[in-house]
Every structure is written in structure tokens, then in C-alpha cells.
Write a protein that binds this ligand. Structure first.
Ligand SMILES: [Zn+2]
Length: 236
């Protein structure tokens, strides 16, 4: 190839490359206008729902501490991963029915994942079967001021939908959950994505099992309703 044809080839390839990138961005803003929108909300909302422990063995090096944790807690003949995946899929369906774009995400979320709301779904465990209840946490050091609003909305809706009691024992690992610890991890939400983690109940509690294991649609309803209310709160 002669130098000038190489140059031509290069600029052609560059042009195709640029066009490709622009095409992607355009498609994203078309389908995902809400997430990129600063001034007002146009088009559909986008929500990320993480099914806790899903594909945890595929987590990258920075999250290698999660390897070997497998499917999380166990109880009622089910694993935490099975239970929360069911809840995540049902909640996603309920939100999609209302026109929300939903990504159901595994342990590893895309770097700087951006959405109008992010909810990580887990279930708790305890050596004592009488310990029960659900709880939520927003990031400890979030700069996204709306995370507590999302937290409040789901507290109310989840309590209403499931009849489970609130467990006040929020742990540090909830507040510092890796998926919203963008200071420390690449595979985390971006700083402007409102984010919460929910422990949907104790998988080791027969009382909570009646909801999260036997009637996961109640948990899903509680989460979907809270998210939807949060999304539409500021919509005029
Ligand atoms: Zn978990």
C-alpha cells in the first residue's frame, strides 16, 4: 500500500470509527434519554436492578473478594441468589409494564453505570430463625442527594406490599456496598445515579420466607412501586 493510499485508508477507517461511535451515542440518547438528561426528563426512565450474587464468580479482579461466596445465604430450601433473582425479574417486569427501561444486572455492573435509579437486591441471614425484617441503605458518602429519597420511597412501598417489619440494624457493608462505592471500584454506578441496596428479608426466618421465598411477587411489587413513585416525583 502506497503512503497516500494508507492515509486514505486510515481516514476512511477513522471516519467509520467515528460514525460508529456517534451512532452508538445517538442510539443511547434515543433509548436512554433520561439518564443523560440534565435539564429535564424526556422519554423513558432507565432503572438498574441488581440481582445480588448473580454470577459472582465472574467478578473482575477488583471484586475478587466476592469469588467463592457463591449463591449467598440459604433458607427455606432456596439460595439467596435464586430468591433475589426471582424478585429482580418480577420487579423488572412490573416496571417495564409502566414503560420503564430496566437492566437486570449481575454482580458485576458496567463501570460508571448510569441510570435514573439503581437498586441492589439481597436477602439477609441469621443463625436465629426469629430474626426477621427488611432494611435499606443509601450510599454512606453519596454525592447524589436523591438516594435517600429513593430509599424512603421503597421503605414505604415495601412495608405496604409485604407487611414485613423494618429491621433497624443497617450494616456498614450495606452503606459501603461496592456497587455504589465509585471512589473505590470501577464496576460501580456513576456518582449521579441514585442508588440503594435492599435486604428484602431474612431467608433464615420462616416468617420472612412466606414473602421472599413463597410470594416473591409481593417483594417485587414493593420495590417496583417505590422506584416508580421516586421516578415520577419530580415529573411535571
Ligand atoms: Zn447478599
Amino acid at each position: 500500500m502506497k503512503p497516500h493510499s494508507l492515509l486514505l485508508f486510515t481516514s476512511f477507517a477513522l471516519g467509520v470509527g467515528l460514525f460508529g461511535v456517534q451512532g452508538t451515542v445517538f442510539n443511547m440518547s434515543e433509548n436512554n434519554s433520561g439518564a443523560q438528561d440534565v435539564v429535564g426528563h424526556v422519554g423513558a426512565f432507565r432503572v438498574g436492578i441488581q440481582a445480588g450474587h448473580l454470577k459472582s464468580d465472574e467478578a473482575p479482579e477488583e471484586l475478587s473478594g466476592l469469588h467463592g461466596h457463591g449463591t449467598g445465604a440459604r433458607g427455606g430450601g432456596a439460595t439467596e441468589q435464586e430468591v433475589v433473582l426471582k424478585i429482580a425479574r418480577l420487579a423488572a417486569e412490573m416496571l417495564r409494564e409502566k414503560g420503564v427501561i430496566v437492566d437486570v444486572l449481575p454482580t458485576t455492573i458496567p463501570p460508571l453505570y448510569r441510570a435514573d435509579a439503581f437498586v441492589s437486591i439481597h436477602a439477609d441471614s441469621n443463625p436465629s430463625v426469629v430474626v426477621s425484617g427488611f432494611k435499606l441503605s443509601a450510599p454512606l458518602r453519596g454525592i447524589e442527594e436523591k438516594s435517600p429519597e429513593l430509599e424512603d420511597a421503597i421503605y414505604d412501598s415495601y412495608e405496604k406490599a409485604t407487611g414485613l417489619r423494618r429491621d433497624p440494624n443497617i450494616t456498614d457493608s450495606m452503606k459501603n456496598y461496592y456497587a455504589f462505592n465509585w471512589r473505590k471500584y470501577q464496576n460501580a454506578v456513576d456518582p449521579f445515579t441514585p442508588a440503594v441496596i435492599i435486604e428484602t428479608g431474612f431467608i433464615t426466618s420462616p416468617f420472612d420466607q412466606r414473602v421472599i421465598v413463597s410470594n416473591p411477587e409481593l417483594s417485587a411489587r414493593g420495590i417496583a412501586d417505590g422506584v416508580f413513585e421516586f421516578l415520577n416525583k419530580d415529573k411535571n
